[in-house]
Write a new protein. Sequence first.
Length: 83
Amino acid sequence: MSAAKRVSLGLAIALALVIAAIAAYVSSRQHLRFDVPEPQVVASLDSAVIARGRYIVRDVADCGSCHGPQAPRRRMPRARTCP
């Protein structure tokens, strides 16, 4: 076996070992739990805030087309008036 083939084989083995070590490290950290304080989320009952949210979700960003019901993949109806 020539020297170039031995060097190439050695580099390939070293690369495989490095990839295996990285894979083992990543897989060992898959089930970590981090305890962080959860923010208090309060839904607003103000009709102006609700109307603004409806306007943004349906007209500006059209969030409902992806984040709406999964069965009928159709666009949400547009709001009739814009605030």
